[in-house]
Write a protein that binds this ligand. Structure first.
Ligand code: XUL
Ligand code: CO
Length: 436
């Protein structure tokens, strides 16, 4: 037991002052015909919760994530597994996500790393059977090792490209072994620092080739889940090719990968791209590619990826509005979030997840209210109702021409005005629904 002094976290309602209770997340509560826990398949990110200990550019670890073992050993890797499963069980979290090198200390030789990965995933499988906790998605970390300094799929080195291929192959093996629902590509080093030394087309085509090989290999070993691209515009690179959802979707279509891939949308990456979280979700959803979510939030005053636990209820509300309207996720809500550096105790780890899970539960409750209220949806429907006319229908079915539309316009004179967009009114409806 690693978290002896922390009880199982239960729902106690908004009035509860118990720091170790949910105020809004009530797993069994039914919202719009489904239990909260079914709407919100939450996942723990191995890297932030079990590995990251507060080191930043200016200072060392502030948190103790040794879990009683010497760091850099297989004992430590096992202690992380045991602590992680105890943590997830106490919170009622049913999924986890991992990078290959989150699980074990990376050896110099890839064969030795892979042996360690086999050993640790045997142990994880035992824990999964014991607890019923599942794997949401796996991925390969192709950004930390110095060999990836100029990219993985986008590298200029054939050798490095093969190292990337080897890591993806192994990470896919592990994802299948653990029954993962998805496999993520986050292109942390897939981009450039300067165009002076970069052949963008060469690099992008090579990334697509690597993804194609990953799909072929994954399908050949029985992986039936979704591949995901997780868009992010920058950091660590100055420019990253998977800039945002629209760019990534275009890339997938260009290379014939769109049937196998969906988006994993991260809130903080959306705002770094100059979009709202809701925008990225909407663009993915209307293209049939809203797969999974990295649930966190950024700080709009800072220009980097702060990976905070979600707290902004407007954001979680509009997120859940998009998710509900798109029919739910095939993936889940992975808390790609970490405690602030001075929040350095085990208790803080729980507080982070309680905050995040409550924020999404509130978002779900609010989004259901917006949909049940109907005024916003009706307004949008009504806004385009002029296209219900005979001529509007001809436009929508592609059965007219510029000449026909032009002669119609000539007969209109100056009488026709577009209707008000009523933004302020809609914003006030939103507030009334949320706080009324
Ligand atoms: C980095 C990030 C990653 C991905 C997985 O910004 O979000 O942790 O989620 O590689
Ligand atoms: Co992420």
């Amino acid at each position: 037991m690693y978290f002896d002094n922390i009880p199982e976290i239960k729902y106690e309602g908004p009035k509860s002052q118990n720091p170790f209770a949910f105020k809004f997340y009530d797993a069994e509560k039914v919202v719009l015909g489904k239990k909260m826990k079914e709407h919100l398949p939450f996942a723990m990110a191995w890297w932030h919760n079990l590995c990251a200990a507060g080191t930043d550019m200016f200072g060392r670890d502030t948190m103790d994530k040794s879990f009683g073992a010497e760091k850099g050993t297989m004992e430590h890797a096992k202690a992380k597994v045991d602590a992680g499963f105890e943590f997830m069980q106490k919170l009622g979290i049913e999924y986890f996500c991992f990078h290959d090198v989150d699980l074990v200390p990376e050896a110099d030789d890839i064969k030795e790393t892979n042996k360690r990965l086999d050993e640790i995933t045997d142990h994880i499988l035992v824990k999964m059977k014991e607890t019923g906790i599942k794997c949401l998605w796996g991925t390969a970390n192709m950004f930390s090792n110095p060999r990836f300094m100029s990219g993985a799929g986008s590298t200029n080195s054939v050798d490095v490209y093969c190292f990337a291929a080897a890591q993806i192959k192994k990470a896919l093996d592990l994802t299948v072994k653990l029954g993962g629902k998805g496999y993520v590509f986050w292109g942390g080093r897939e981009g450039y620092e300067t165009l002076l030394n970069t052949d963008v087309k060469f690099e992008q085509d090579n990334i697509a080739r690597l993804m194609r090989m990953a799909v072929d290999y994954g399908r050949s070993i029985g992986f039936t889940g979704d591949f995901y691209i997780e868009p992010k515009p920058k950091e660590p690179m100055k420019h990253q090719y998977d800039f945002d959802a629209a760019t990534a979707i275009g890339f997938l279509r260009q290379h014939g990968l769109d049937k196998d891939f969906k988006m994993n949308i991260e809130a903080n990456h959306a705002t770094l791209a100059g979009h709202t979280f809701q925008h990225e979700l909407r663009i993915s959803a209307i293209n049939g590619m809203l797969g999974s979510i990295d649930a966190n939030q950024g700080d709009l005053l800072l220009g980097w990826d702060t990976d905070e636990f979600p707290f902004d209820i407007y954001d979680t509300t509009m997120c859940m509005y998009e998710v509900l309207k798109s029919g739910g996720l095939t993936g889940g809500f992975n808390f790609d979030a970490k405690n602030r550096r001075p929040s350095n105790t085990y208790e803080d780890m729980f507080h982070g997840f309680i905050l995040g899970m409550d924020s999404f539960a509130l978002g779900l409750i609010n989004a259901a209210k917006i949909i049940e209220d109907g005024r916003i949806d009706n307004f949008v429907k009504e806004k385009y109702s002029s296209f219900n006319s005979e001529l509007g229908q001809k436009i929508l079915s592609g059965n007219t021409s510029l000449a026909e539309l032009s002669s119609y316009a000539e007969n209109l004179g100056s009488t026709n005005e577009p209707q008000s967009g009523r933004q302020e009114h809609l914003e006030s409806i939103l507030n009334a629904v949320l706080f009324g």
